[in-house]
Design a protein around this ligand. Structure first.
Ligand code: SAM
Length: 316
């Protein structure tokens, strides 16, 4: 049985159903590809692979590998379309769409534009008034979120965790008071450092999940807390492709936690540091360092240490 959409696509490809004089309307179709299990390829993807006039693929070898596994012949002209040439190639491909071509855009796995090429093509198509549509399908973000067991009613996708330690800390701090469930991508060789940093910022009992090798034979979802996932990556380093899912800040955390205090002024921070220095009998400099680390600014950066120090001197 063919769907309306497939019928439309078939008509587009053959010209059937169009009047003799009307030019065929071209379009760009972003199509999701399997993230590990070839069985997740949709009938629409298969049809588009066979019929699109142009297939823009992140990696042409992976495209042909997928096509072989699906037992389909890629009918159209194949072009390499990746992060490094996207801004150069998009307009030339869209010129062909304007002449009536159907262009299929696929990345190596999952949804194009989600940490993959495609956004430039979408934006330029929008600017030029060229039709762009989507053949949706697998994407690790939604798969991991749904399997995590964490709230799905509101979530945010943060892409890959920053590579550098200092950027990671700042990024995590900026998310401390984020109430929505947070989804990150991460690689196996950085997961231990990333979890160390994440555990140094977020409350240890915050619920969290780590999903790996989704849709593949060794699919695994670890559901625990920040502390539990940090320990698990040390004791049993996860291999393969990974997604981290972190529950958002609870009402309790927002009322009493560090996130809620993020907007304290310099004088407030100085007063807090002074009180701590006295109560814990530590040097004011050390108390200030602790207090500002606990009270990041909304963008995740830390308040200026010197300003807090001067304010503490003025308080004396
Ligand atoms: N466009 C893709 C999507 O829609 O999910 C994401 C591409 S991004 C370059 C690749 C990252 O996605 C991986 O490093 C991993 O974090 C995540 N990912 C992709 N496939 C996955 C899978 N099968 N299991 C877990 N994570 C996966």
């Amino acid at each position: 049985m063919t769907t309306d959409l497939e019928n439309d696509a078939q008509k587009d490809a053959s010209g059937e159903g169009e009047s003799v004089v009307a030019p065929r309307e071209g379009r760009v179709v972003l199509a999701a590809t399997p993230i590990g299990n070839v069985g997740d390829a949709s009938a629409r993807l298969v049809h588009l692979l066979e019929t699109a006039d142009i297939v823009a693929a992140e990696d042409t070898r992976r495209l042909y590998d997928l096509a072989n596994r699906l037992g389909v012949r890629v009918g159209g002209h194949v072009v390499a379309y990746h992060d490094h040439n996207e801004h150069l190639k998009a307009d030339g491909i869209l010129d062909e769409v304007e002449k009536g071509a159907t262009v299929l855009l696929v990345s190596d796995a999952g949804m194009p534009t989600i940490n993959d090429p495609g956004l430039t093509m979408v934006r330029r198509a929008i600017d030029r008034g060229i039709p762009v549509t989507c053949a949706p399908g697998p994407s690790a973000v939604l798969d991991a979120l749904a399997l995590s067991g964490l709230p799905t009613d509101r979530f945010c996708y943060e892409g890959f965790v920053p590579r550098k330690h200092s950027e990671r800390l700042q990024h995590f701090r900026s998310l401390l008071s984020e109430p929505r469930t947070i989804v990150f991508y991460e690689t196996p060789h950085r997961i231990a450092e990333a979890m160390d940093d994440l555990a140094s910022i977020f409350p240890p009992d915050r619920p969290m999940a780590l999903a790996r090798e989704l849709t593949k034979d060794y699919e695994e979802v670890r559901r625990s807390t920040v502390e539990g996932i940090r320990d698990s990556v040390v004791n049993d380093p996860p291999r393969g492709e990974l997604v981290l899912v972190l529950q958002g800040a609870s009402d309790e955390e927002l009322r009493h936690g560090v996130g809620a205090m993020a907007s304290l002024g310099v004088e407030d921070l100085a007063a807090l540091a002074q009180a701590r220095a006295q109560a814990e009998n530590v040097r004011i400099k050390d108390a200030i360092a602790e207090v500002i680390a606990e009270h990041p600014l909304p963008d995740g950066s830390l308040p200026n240490k010197k300003e807090v120090y001067n304010a503490a001197l003025a308080l004396k």
